[in-house]
Design a protein around this ligand. Structure first.
Ligand code: GLU
Length: 459
């Protein structure tokens, strides 16, 4: 049977790293098994869901490169893939559950239910529904919700692909709501209907849904539908071992994109939050991850998000890419006609795409430093006579000539030379900075050539 998995975001804002990791695991699993990766929008929480958020989530998934096979903007045999467009279908299934005598109309009001909960609590009983509307079944059209009746054989055991056997006792559940008074389905109900209709074989989702699985399996059984396999992925914690949240820094995929992280690095890093490769490697391509991904290598313990490690990994990607590959990515943040040459010169000191601007600031900005006038004259003379050196050999010849002209050597020669040309006491090697500045000044009238720069030091 073809593997079919889904990622089912609730469109209430940008995609967060936790959701992104769940999406990545689903995508890797689908690609590994040559199956289908489906996106379903769980938008029945009308108060919080918006089309704008949906587009944001889809854009984030596209940016991550997680192309889906069925879902919004793509379609597929089971479209629509938005729960809000499937309400008719949920109603039909409700009718079927009522006909099977496993669901019923519940006319109890919120206030009534609240009172019952309080009474149960005071008496030390579990806060389960007292079955009033189950015992006195009604069928009139007064406002009502639909409840599921937990059967006597309501114990459930699943074989979670990450956590192993997980069991629940019938007693841990009371009769629960399938459809609210407003006619909208609850999450536990719609998710079962959707996963069944979309022929989902493997449900890979966040650990927070593990306890929901008890209710969901009971609904599958009541409808005599096949139960999918489940895999519940652990939480992502911050380094202080609390749940990752805004106060720990960026948590959304788009915020990391804005901070100059690469999509490949993000997919790689989030894959490492829980999964480990069979040969222990940490920097790997998508193809490698697809080839080797399996749920039995996903750790059931919480994963810890380590921003320094993520940045380190991002740097590995930047350093291994060519300037031509990096150029379009960097151009999102900063562009210049000499950008590619500039990237080549500074990329090894960059961890994030946004840092190229800072690293290349010396090309755009130049303030003449305070250096010895005779020294500056000697350099001007050298550059006028021989031009700016283009390669290591010419650079070496230039420094030899400057050595004899000034009587300086080593640091005493190189420091003022670096200052005069770049305006900085740090930065890329001169041997690379000089040809960059020369080239940039030829293609960009706002850039001063090495000669122009040193001339300005003579005051
Ligand atoms: N819409 C749910 C969420 O965003 C997903 C539920 C599921 O995967 O079953 O948490």
């Amino acid at each position: 049977m073809t593997v079919r998995v889904r990622f089912a975001p609730s469109p209430t804002g940008h995609l967060h790293v936790g959701g992104a990791r769940t999406a990545i695991f689903n995508w890797l699993f689908a690609r590994h098994h040559r199956g289908k990766f489906i996106i379903r929008i769980e938008d029945t929480d009308v108060a919080r869901s918006t089309r704008g958020s949906e587009q944001m989530v889809l854009d984030d998934l596209r940016w991550l490169g997680l192309q889906w096979d069925e879902g919004p903007d793509v379609g597929g045999p089971d479209a629509p893939y938005r729960q809000s467009e499937r309400v008719e279908r949920y109603r039909k299934v409700i009718d079927e559950l009522i006909a099977r005598n496993v669901a019923y109309r519940c006319y109890c009001t919120e206030e009534e239910l609240e009172q019952k909960r309080k009474a149960a609590e005071a008496a030390g009983r579990p806060p389960h529904y007292d079955l009033k509307c189950w015992i006195h079944r009604r069928n009139d059209d007064a406002p009502h919700a639909i409840r599921f009746h937990v059967p006597d054989d309501g114990d459930v055991t699943i074989d979670d692909m990450i956590r192993g056997q997980v069991s629940w006792k019938k007693e841990s559940l009371g009769d629960f709501i399938l459809m609210r008074t407003d006619g909208l389905p609850t999450y536990n109900f719609s998710v079962v209907v959707d996963d069944h209709d979309m022929e989902i074989t493997d449900v890979i989702r966040a650990e927070e849904h593990l306890t929901n699985t008890h209710r969901q399996v009971l609904i599958y059984r009541a409808l005599q539908w096949d139960v999918p396999r489940f895999a519940h992925v652990s939480l992502i914690l911050a380094q202080d071992r609390t749940k990752l949240s805004k106060r720990h820094g960026a948590t959304s995929v788009s915020a990391y994109a804005e901070e100059g992280f690469l999509s490949d690095a993000m997919v790689n890093y989030l894959t490492l939050l829980g999964w480990s490769s069979p040969d222990g490697r940490e920097v790997f391509s998508r193809d490698y991850a697809i080839e080797h991904f399996s749920l039995d290598r996903v750790n059931p313990a919480p994963a810890v998000f380590d921003p320094q490690k993520f940045e380190w990994l991002n740097a590995q990607y930047i350093h291994s890419m060519s300037a031509a590959e990096l150029r379009p990515l960097v151009a999102r943040f900063f562009d210049a006609p000499w950008l590619e040459e500039g990237i080549e010169v500074v990329k090894t000191s960059v961890h994030r795409l946004t840092q190229f601007r800072e690293q290349l600031r010396f090309v755009i900005e130049y303030a003449p430093p305070d250096i010895d006038r005779t020294f500056a004259e000697a350099v001007v003379n050298e550059l006028r006579t021989n031009g700016a050196p283009h390669d290591p050999e010419q650079f070496k010849a230039m420094t030899e000539r400057l050595k004899s002209a000034t009587g300086l050597k080593g640091k005493a020669l190189f420091m003022p030379l670096r200052l005069a040309i770049t305006g900085l006491d740090h930065g890329p090697e001169l041997i690379r900075a000089i040809p960059l500045l020369q080239h940039a000044s030829e293609v960009d009238p706002t850039v001063l050539s090495p000669l122009e720069r040193v001339k300005r030091c003579i005051r």
